[in-house]
Design a protein around this ligand. Structure first.
Ligand code: PEP
Length: 253
């Protein structure tokens, strides 16, 4: 399966940073065996998409409603209109700070897929849950409650869906899950996908996220069932991000 390396710029990025988008897009052309995307702030999507028309620009969240009285929110039609081709849903920073629950995440994923967007759906456990031995059960329960099942999925689009396993304690901390723990978790994710989608589960990419860098990417990408990465801090510059893309290309052989 072609690996996907997606950057999450979080609340970073103004017009002056479009040069970085251009640099990343240009360098990524050297690795056609890898799908590369940048999820930028909503305010930058249209300008980024215009700056690099042949490159995947995404959003970091989307509302599940088509339109309406949702102050401050952005719907799928606004994302596609701005030039986004994908969106993240269920990032732990939103689950935590915006109190998003699995049902919200599922509704967002369903709406985004129905609108033709690709989706990166995030799941992951806290440190307390991992230390208590509940990581696998927690992530399995998140998936069972948040995997999209709407009409778009029924018509067979799991290839536009990716799952990002992001242990919360590894996001932005410099701590990385061990390759054994990643392999165990990604196997569980694959099993839950198979329970939901049958044979089509094989077409869903499972990304790892949590302090991925050029230095640790090769061993992460060599881990079974790791089909790419969701990258926060190291996606902000070509210097940090492109080595991760190169590692994905090397893993593809
Ligand atoms: C993320 O925000 O999804 C993430 C994985 O961040 P970082 O790479 O900085 O840990």
């Amino acid at each position: 399966m072609k690996k996907l390396v997606a950057g999450n710029w979080k609340m970073h990025g103004v017009a002056a940073d479009l040069e970085r988008v251009r640099a990343i897009a240009e360098a990524s052309r050297n690795y056609p065996s890898v799908d590369v995307a940048l999820c930028v702030p909503a305010t930058l999507i249209e300008r980024a998409a215009r700056a690099v028309p042949d490159f995947a620009i995404g959003a970091q969240d989307v509302h599940f409603a088509e339109k309406g009285a949702h102050t401050g929110c952005v719907c799928t039609a606004m994302l596609t209109d701005a030039g986004a081709s994908l969106t993240i849903v269920g990032h732990s920073e939103r689950r935590d700070a915006q109190r998003e629950c699995d049902a919200d995440v599922k509704a967002k994923a369903d709406a985004a897929l129905a609108a033709g967007l690709s989706v990166i759906l995030c799941v992951g456990e806290s440190l307390a849950v991992r230390e208590a031995g509940g990581a696998l059960a927690t992530v399995a329960a998140q998936l069972d409650a948040s995997l999209p099942h709407g009409p778009a999925v029924a018509s067979g689009v799991p290839d536009r869906l990716a799952i990002a396993y992001e242990p919360i304690w590894a996001i932005g901390t410099g701590k990385v899950a061990s390759c054994d723990d990643i392999a165990e978790m990604h196997r569980t994710v694959r099993e839950r996908l198979a329970a939901a989608y049958g044979g089509a589960a094989e077409r869903v990419r499972i990304l790892y996220g949590g302090s991925v860098k050029g230095s640790n990417a090769p061993e992460i990408f060599a881990t079974p069932n790791v089909d790419g990465a969701l990258v926060g801090g190291a996606s902000l510059t070509a210097e940090d991000f492109v080595p991760i893309v190169a590692a994905a290309a090397a893993a593809a052989g």
